[in-house]
Design a binder for this molecule. Sequence first.
Ligand code: HEC
Ligand code: HEC
Length: 315
Amino acid sequence: MKLLYKTVSVWMVLVWTAWGLYAQEPIQPIPKHLSYNHAKAVLGYRLFIDPALSADGTVACVNCHSFGHGGADPRPVSVGVHGKKGHVNAPTVYNSYFNFRQFWNGRAKDLKEQAGGPLHNPIEMAMRPHQVEKYLNQNGQYRRLFQEVYARAPRYTDALDAIAEFEKALYTPDCRFDRYLRKEADLTPLQKRGYDLFKTDGCITCHNGINIGGNSYQKMGLIIPYPWSAKAPDRFRLTKNPMDKNVFKVPTLRNIVLTAPYFHDGSAKTLKEALQKMAYHNLGFELDKKEIEALEAFLKTLTGRTPAILKEMGM
Ligand code: HEC
Ligand code: HEC
């Protein structure tokens, strides 16, 4: 009897586990509403679009993270102060709150730590913390706003905090695919086929979770090597381990049709080109025309609503 009971319960656990795995999709929708501190976010917005936070007064965060371009940069590599060209394609700031780390190689643990990066970077905004603080304290409007939000005179760390809060508000809910996951909308047969291919081809092994990426480091060129450059913003820069060459944080695929060009080096001009290279280098096969068409149709369902805070700011 005891043995029978044991056998039955083992079976039940197995059935439950299988059911759980089956029922759970490998991609989760982003929340319809995310709570954030509104006053901080509005201040963060002002800082985000203010070119006076750069050494030559010409470069704001928004220059390289364009609201009209899915939060990314239409240029293959970004251009900073004094027209200096970088080597890296700017990823989107939309939904970056959901990434497990920030930057292509994950060197910042969160958005607040990240925001200091471009401000200091000599080829981006090239400002020192005390210069930022001085500028903010000389500006009557900022003095008033920081007083209202942080109850003290402008401080550098509070500015980073406000920027991070604004970025938290840059989430794009209710894309068609999220509504499909919530059973609020259907996919067309082509979109559905694209999603099936995305799973059966193996894209899903790296692009999964709430951001369909942004939650692991993976090698670009896992199967067929991708050319490496000493300028690549990869994990190797941090670890000096040769295995980490061309290893990056997997980018999010949310709003992907809006954010061309693609890859850390901006080398793929179109989404089609990015898909072909992905399949070739990371899965070791070539996609045919029909597969590309279906995958593209699926990826188009990942474009969400414009962040509410941007509508509020009249963008
Ligand atoms: C000159 C262009 C430029 C400016 C100005 C700039 N960025 Fe970036 N941003 C980039 C590039 C390029 C990267 C990728 C760098 C890397 O990973 O090494 C990046 C990465 C990021 C990321 C990480 C996203 C992710 O998925 O990892 C965030 C968040 C971000 N920037 C926010 C900001 C904020 C906030 C500001 C203003 C304080 C700013 N950026 C200013 C070009 C720029
Ligand atoms: C082994 C892990 C892995 C697999 C499998 C994989 N990807 Fe990627 N994907 C990455 C990494 C890493 C990058 C960033 C590469 C770079 O910038 O050089 C990336 C980048 C992309 C990009 C460009 C994103 C951007 O913002 O620049 C697209 C689009 C993409 N993948 C789609 C797919 C599709 C579709 C598949 C399946 C056919 C797939 N990926 C399979 C890891 C993977």
